[in-house]
Design a protein around this ligand. Structure first.
Ligand code: DC
Length: 221
């Protein structure tokens, strides 16, 4: 079984998916972390051009550790969960994630994972391209101001020197890239439930989505 949450950067998908995974005791699948791991591999290989990188892709071995509701990403035998959060990775991940061959590899990995377990997954194209038959689809969104405020507070708390204006600019650029790329752009699936979190507390949005999921599980049982 698979429940997906898509939406733009800063809409709260991944913290909400994590909270729901804990509350409902199902695994969390962080698809962005997989794209980050591929990007980290590209950096480790010396930032090769596209053709050279495609030749190196078969030697990229992805793995995840799901114990205790964690989602730890392993790249060729090494835990890279911290490395994939670096700004070097953040600066290139949109470009690497836009390569169709990279998407094919990551999608195949996710589909194999989901055959073995129940997951709640967050991403951009999960309800449209990767799991069009998902059991339940959410599309989370919030105003650009609110998304920027959340990102700004997170970054300030972790000691990053940044202005609110810069955060808004960065989010706008990422929205544009995610929505206009050729390969599997960010798009609401026709059958996705929209959760607009503008003005809602985190607890409210988690409770709203947990109720929808429980209702669905109840209907199916
Ligand atoms: O959710 P995140 O910020 O960790 O995602 C990192 C990047 O990966 C982001 O630029 C968009 C991309 N991504 C994607 O293209 N498709 C997904 N299903 C998930 C993430």
């Amino acid at each position: 079984m698979i429940i997906v949450i898509d939406g733009p950067a800063g809409s709260g998908k991944s913290s909400t998916a994590k909270a729901l995974s804990n509350q409902l005791n199902i695994h969390f699948l962080d698809s962005g972390a997989l794209y980050r791991a591929v990007t980290y591999y590209w950096i480790l290989k010396g930032k090769p051009d596209q053709e050279k990188f495609f030749d190196l892709l078969p030697a990229l071995d992805l793995n995840v550790d799901l114990t205790n509701n964690s989602f730890t990403v392993w790249l060729n035998g090494n835990d890279v969960s911290d490395d994939i959060r670096s700004s070097a990775v953040a600066n290139h991940v949109s470009d690497i994630a836009s390569l169709p061959r990279v998407r094919k590899k990551v999608n195949q990995f996710m589909r194999e994972l989901v055959e073995q377990n129940t997951f709640i997954a967050d991403g951009r194209d999960l309800g449209t391209a990767v799991f069009p038959d998902a059991d339940l689809k959410f599309y989370m969104d919030a105003s650009i101001e609110e998304r920027a405020d959340r990102r700004y507070q997170e970054m300030e708390a972790s000691g990053h020197a940044v202005t609110r204006e810069r955060v808004i600019q960065n989010l706008k650029e990422r929205d544009h890239k995610d929505k206009t790329r050729d390969a599997d752009p960010l798009k609401k699936a026709d059958d996705a439930i929209v959760i607009d979190t503008t003005g809602k507390t985190f607890e409210e949005q988690v409770a709203e989505m947990a109720a929808i999921i429980n209702n669905k599980l109840h209907i199916n049982s």
